[in-house]
Ligand binder design. Structure first.
Ligand SMILES: [Zn+2]
Length: 89
């Protein structure tokens, strides 16, 4: 299995909050895109995924659960696909 992660960055500038920065990216497994989560910088509710987050989300989507010290790997940014909830909940 070949897993390719491509990251992207997004910036958001706001007079009130200053500069925001976010990272996201795509995960391609054996030539097929499994995850496409661009980073979205924003004052609130931005989307920010590290390469490790993206990898875990891809594995999860393929049916491989990842735990850390017995707990499900924690992705700090709420993700519908990973957490199974809409961000509004
Ligand atoms: Zn702002």
């Amino acid at each position: 299995m070949k897993i390719e992660i491509t990251t992207d960055q997004d910036e958001h500038e706001c007079d009130d909050c200053g500069q925001a920065w976010a990272e996201g990216g795509r995960v391609v497994v054996d030539g097929e895109e499994v995850i496409n989560k661009p980073g979205e910088a924003a004052c609130y509710d931005g989307k920010d995924y590290s390469p490790a987050d993206l990898l875990v989300m891809a594995l999860d989507k393929l049916g491989h659960s990842v735990t850390v010290d017995g707990s499900r790997y924690h992705i700090t940014c709420v993700d519908e696909d990973y957490h199974g909830v809409s961000p509004q909940d």
